[in-house]
Design a protein around this ligand. Structure first.
Ligand code: ATP
Length: 711
């Protein structure tokens, strides 16, 4: 009975799914108009999707969702632009889920949709949203980002129906993973499309798109526009539908975002930031800097000074797991300050951020919009503060106004500023690592300014480096070697400024490799998404193998050691001359190593080596024998001399030795027989002095000597 019920249930569920799919397809043919849609339930969406949306408290679609979901469900290509925080993620995730559902995609069918995001954090965030709204569906999804276990991803990738990836990592899998089959892909989504399509990811995206079928559906979303015509051609978009307006400022800046800027000298920025944090202890704040090293240093020093609120830091050189942990930590907390580089500027949706502070002037208006857009999301209030130096003010404000971004200048009450300078100096005096970190931050900021494109805004020679160093707690201004070298080479500041136009900043520990092409082409690097390609070649370390190869290539004969005698003639070592002919022949040949010949050479040389060793052993034995013979001859001579002297002396008056030594005779004989074969090098007379049992002849010779002395 139970089994029957199960079977019965299963059959109905399949039938119900089929029926729902049929109904949805019919609805697609007569899509409701945009203004008829008040809630998600008014859209032709599957029950499972609607349930997922409802669970996540998404009831009323935002404008971009209303427009683009309906268009995308019809299978059209979409280029969607809407202000930051307006809900673009759901605008593409819902059509993706529905496409899989309507086409009855199952786990065994392979990858159907790929969503590409320029940063790992954003990919992670999209993946989390997908998990929430797609929880009632049976598809599988995978997060493919750099810094994660490549092997694990590789083994699971072909079982995923939806992949959320960063471009570099996706390309790596496409190139190296035989399990990955791109021909099944029916949908491609680029989130932050303008960033994905700019020169940093250009080649990666081109290479990725090449693998995909051309009849796929493509959805592009961003808060800022792409170079549309060129990109449409690159991505093979087919009559794309443009959604979103581009000209008015209210279309790119959230309504409830209050935008301010303040002008101050570079050396006052730290004081301002410290005071700002102290005055906003109960708020959630993101502070943007232009380089990892600045973020790292400010985070370290402010942690030491304990401002009285939680501090976090997010930058690209952190380990991926740490990055995700910090992301989650900041999402969860409400009174917290996050110091970040621009990896946090695009797409990240941190709830209820009160303030965005841009400590370093953004590269351009687009970067300004994305940074500022981390607050005032989805019709919430938020404030942004841009900090400019006097030399940056005019150029940057003009650039923003050109994009219809109107921003209010404010002045900070000097009474509200508390300088942490003395505390910072004291902390640096005690901690050399912190001091080194400050020096790195100093240099990386100078580099960032030097490499910025817009020279009307950024001019490194207008900075007061000495005062800036002091504001970081550095008594001595660090040397900026690359500037010194360039000044020496070029002669004038103006020329240097022009030269730096083609490059932008990237962190580096080494002053020598600071010039890097803006935003590396990611297919060239293995799995990272924010690495840069170096232009000048580094001084290569010359390995022994490389030196040997060079010598062979240039036909340089290696040196040979020669020994000379006192007359200046070469000493020829006969043993060393023993060599087989094969190696000589082999050495004279050009070209690489032939393993087979090399083996033969080794075995031949081995024979000669053994022969050489045998001869050496023979020589040694011969020498030992000669030495022994010489020694025995000497002993014999001394014994015969003794016996001659015995004959000359009259010993008849002495007592009979046989009687005296009779008792010991046996032992003496034994002793003699043992020592008789002894080939030790000590003369027997000397040895007798040290033994208590003397031989007969020794005892007699001693007695004779004693007698001679007494006479
Ligand atoms: N229909 C909706 N109802 C309620 N909240 C929504 C709805 N759609 C999106 N949101 C919420 O709005 C916030 C912003 O959404 P999302 O991150 O998708 O914006 P975005 O347009 O992609 O922003 P960005 O341009 O910065 O990437 C999120 O917290 C999301 O949960």
């Amino acid at each position: 009975m139970k089994i029957k019920a199960k079977k019965h249930d299963g059959t109905t569920s399949v039938a119900r799914t089929d029926r729902e799919i049929q109904e949805l397809k019919q609805k697609y043919e007569s899509m409701p108009l945009e203004n008829e849609i008040k809630k998600f339930v008014d859209m032709p969406l599957s029950q499972k999707t609607l349930k997922g949306l409802l669970d996540s408290k998404y009831v009323v679609p935002t404008e971009i969702q209303r427009k683009s979901i309906l268009t995308a469900l019809k299978g059209k290509d979409v280029m969607g632009t809407a202000i930051t925080g307006s809900g673009k993620t759901l605008a593409f995730l819902i059509p993706v889920i529905e496409h899989l559902y309507l086409n009855k995609w199952s786990r065994t069918d392979g990858v159907c949709a790929i969503v590409i995001s320029p940063t790992r954090e954003l990919a992670y965030q999209i993946f989390e949203t997908l998990k929430r709204i797609g929880r009632y569906h049976d598809f599988s999804a995978g997060l493919i980002i750099g810094g994660k276990n490549l092997k694990f991803e590789r083994s699971r990738m072909d079982q995923c129906n939806i992949l959320i990836c960063t471009p570099g990592r996706l390309l790596q899998h496409m190139d190296e993973n035989p399990l990955f089959n791109a021909t099944t892909i029916e949908m491609l989504v680029l989130d932050e499309a303008d960033r994905c399509l700019d020169m940093g990811f250009e080649e990666s995206i081109n290479a990725i798109v090449e693998h995909f079928p051309t009849d796929r559906q493509t959805l592009l979303f961003s808060a800022t526009q792409t170079n549309s015509v060129k990109d449409i051609a690159r991505l093979n978009l087919l009559d794309p539908i443009f959604i979103g307006e581009k000209s008015k400022s209210e279309d790119i800046i959230p309504e409830l975002l209050q935008q301010n800027y303040v002008v101050m000298e570079l050396e006052d920025k730290i004081t301002m930031l410290w005071s700002f944090i102290k005055n906003h202890l109960k708020q959630k704040i993101i502070v943007f800097f232009s380089s990892c090293k600045q973020v790292k240093y400010i985070f370290e020093i402010f942690c030491k000074l304990r401002p009285g609120t939680s501090l976090l830091a997010l930058y690209g050189t952190l380990h991926q797991d740490r990055r995700i942990a910090i992301y989650n930590d900041f999402t969860r907390k409400s009174n917290v300050v996050l110091f970040a580089t621009d990896i946090a500027s695009r797409g990240l949706d941190f709830p209820t951020v009160n303030w965005v502070v841009q400590m370093d002037c953004p590269e351009d208006a687009v970067q300004y919009i994305h940074r500022a857009g981390r607050t005032a999301r989805n019709k919430a209030r938020g404030e942004s503060l841009l900090v400019l130096t006097p030399s940056e003010e005019q150029g940057m404000i003009k650039e923003l106004e050109d994009k219809n971004i109107h921003i209010k200048k404010i002045h900070i009450d000097p009474k509200k500023l508390f300088s942490p300078r003395l505390k910072i100096e004291a902390a640096l005096a005690q901690n050399t690592e912190l001091k080194a970190s400050a020096q790195r931050a100093f240099v990386s900021y100078i580099k960032s300014i030097f490499l910025m494109k817009n020279k009307k805004v950024f001019n490194v020679f207008k900075l007061n480096l000495e005062n800036y160093a002091k504001s970081l707690g550095l008594i001595v201004t660090p040397r900026v070697r690359f500037l010194e070298r360039l000044l020496k080479k070029k002669g004038s500041e103006a020329e240097i400024v022009n030269e730096s136009n083609d490059f932008v900043h990237e962190d580096s520990d080494n002053d020598d490799d600071f010039l890097k092409v803006k935003r590396v082409d990611h297919d060239l690097c293995n799995n990272l998404d924010d690495v840069t390609l170096e232009l000048p070649k580094k001084n290569k370390i010359l390995t022994k193998a490389a030196a040997a190869k060079k010598a062979i290539r240039k036909k340089i004969a290696p040196n040979e050691k020669m020994n000379f005698d006192d007359d200046g003639n070469v000493i020829i070592d006969n043993i060393k001359q023993l060599r087989s002919e094969l190696p000589e022949e082999y050495e004279n040949k050009d070209g690489g190593i032939n393993i087979e010949i090399a083996k033969k050479v080794i075995s031949q040389e081995d024979k000669y080596d053994k022969e050489r060793f045998r001869q050496l052993v023979k020589q040694r034995h011969k020498l030992q024998k000669e030495k022994l013979k010489k020694h025995t001859d000497e002993n014999l001579q001394s014994n015969s001399a003794e016996s001659e002297s015995e004959d000359d002396v009259d010993l008849s008056w002495l007592p009979d030795p046989d009687k005296i030594y009779d008792s010991n005779r046996k032992a003496d004989e034994t002793e003699m027989s043992l020592s008789g074969d002894d080939d030790s090098e000590e003369p027997s007379s000397k040895k007798a002095k040290f033994t208590s049992k003397l031989t007969l002849s020794d005892a007699e010779s001693i007695a004779a000597q004693l007698l001679a002395n007494t006479v």
